[in-house]
Design a protein around this ligand. Structure first.
Ligand SMILES: [Fe+2]
Ligand SMILES: [Fe+2]
Length: 315
C-alpha cells in the first residue's frame, strides 16, 4: 500500500453484502488505512455484522474505485435504505453519501445537471426520509465538516425547504420533490462564475459582489436551456435573491410577484447561510439567525412566512 494513495469514505450502509462491487475495502485506525477486504473477495453479511458490532460505520475505497462505488450506491439506493430499516443514522449516511457525490459531480461539471431524472430520484429519497422522520437535524449533522461549502449549503437548503413546505402544506405533496430539486440546484450558477466552486469556503468573498450576483440568472439560463426542469425549479433558481419588499436581484420583484415556493427557498437560503461556519463570519445559532432574519423581515420576507418558517423549523 503506497502512502500516497488517496482514499474516499463510503458509508457502511451503502456496502450491500453479496452485491457490492468487488473493490478493495479499507478501515481507518489511528489515521492509517488498513486493508479490510481484498478486491477478489466478496463482502458478506458476516462482514457487515462484524463491522456493526465494532461500531464501524465508514469504510474506505481507493480513489480510483470511487466512481464505480458511487454509481452502485445511487443505483441501489432504494434497496440500501430498505436494509437500513429503523437505523436512522445509517439512512442519513447513505443519503448524505449519494447526495454529496451528486452535488460534487454537478458543481465540478454543470453539464451533468442536465440529467434531471437523476436529481429528482435522489430528491425523492430525501423527501421520503423527511416525511418519515419529520426532522432533519440528524441528516444535517451527517454532512460533517469535511464537505465543501457548496455541497453542505445546497443539501441543507434542499432538505430544509422541503421540511418547511411539508409542515406548512402537508397536503401539497406534488410540489415537494421540485422544491428539493430547486434547493439542490439553486446556486448552480455559482459553478459557472467561480473558478473552482468546490474549493470555495464561502461564496461571498470572491471575485466581486457584482460577479457573484449574476449567479441566479446564469443558473436559470443554463437550466432552462436543457429543458428538463419545470417552472417551479427555474423560478426558484432565478429569483431566490429577490426580496419581498423589493431591492433584491436580478428582477427587483416585490411581494406576490415572487412565487411562494421561491420565497421559501430564499428564506431558507438566508437561514442556512447565517447558520453556516464561514471564513469571515462565525456561524449564528438558530436563535441568533431568527433574530437577524426577524430584524430584516420588514425589508426581505413576508411577515407571515417568517413566523411560519420559524414555527416549522423549531417544531
Ligand atoms: Fe444564491
Ligand atoms: Fe444559496
Amino acid at each position: 500500500m503506497g502512502s500516497y494513495e488517496i482514499y474516499e469514505p463510503v458509508a457502511l450502509a451503502c456496502v450491500l453484502p453479496d452485491l457490492f462491487p468487488r473493490v478493495a475495502l479499507y478501515t481507518k485506525a489511528d489515521g492509517r488505512y488498513v486493508l479490510y477486504k481484498e478486491e477478489s473477495l466478496q463482502f458478506t453479511e458476516f462482514d457487515r455484522d462484524r463491522l456493526l458490532n465494532s461500531k464501524t460505520s465508514t469504510l474506505y475505497v481507493r480513489a480510483g474505485d470511487f466512481e464505480e462505488v458511487s454509481n452502485f450506491a445511487e443505483e441501489n439506493l432504494t434497496e440500501i435504505l430498505k436494509q437500513c430499516d429503523e437505523d436512522q443514522p445509517a439512512k442519513c449516511a447513505a443519503l448524505t453519501q449519494t447526495t454529496t457525490t451528486y452535488l460534487k459531480n454537478i458543481f465540478a461539471d454543470p453539464e451533468k445537471a442536465q440529467d434531471a431524472e437523476r436529481c429528482k430520484k435522489l430528491t425523492g429519497h430525501l423527501a421520503h426520509y423527511i416525511s418519515e422522520s419529520r426532522s432533519i437535524t440528524d441528516l444535517i449533522q451527517t454532512l460533517g465538516s469535511t464537505s465543501p461549502f457548496a455541497i453542505k449549503h445546497s443539501m441543507q437548503v434542499a432538505v430544509m425547504s422541503m421540511l418547511v413546505w411539508s409542515k406548512l402544506f402537508p397536503e401539497k405533496t406534488e410540489e415537494l420533490v421540485d422544491i428539493g430539486v430547486a434547493g439542490l440546484l439553486h446556486d448552480i450558477g455559482m459553478s459557472l462564475i467561480l473558478q473552482d466552486v468546490l474549493e470555495e469556503k464561502d461564496y461571498w468573498t470572491t471575485p466581486s459582489l457584482e460577479e457573484i450576483r449574476r449567479h441566479p440568472f446564469e443558473g436559470y439560463v443554463f437550466l432552462r436551456k436543457n429543458g428538463y426542469y419545470n417552472e417551479l425549479v427555474l423560478d426558484a433558481v432565478r429569483h431566490h435573491h429577490e426580496r419581498y419588499f423589493g431591492g433584491g436581484y436580478p428582477g427587483g420583484l416585490k411581494g406576490d410577484e415572487i412565487k411562494l415556493t421561491t420565497q421559501i427557498v430564499g428564506l431558507t437560503d438566508m437561514y442556512c447561510t447565517l447558520t453556516a461556519e464561514r471564513p469571515a463570519r462565525k456561524a449564528s445559532t438558530q436563535d441568533e439567525a431568527f433574530k437577524i432574519i426577524g430584524d430584516e423581515t420588514h425589508k426581505c420576507f413576508s411577515t407571515i412566512l417568517y413566523y411560519a418558517f420559524q414555527a416549522a423549523i423549531k417544531q
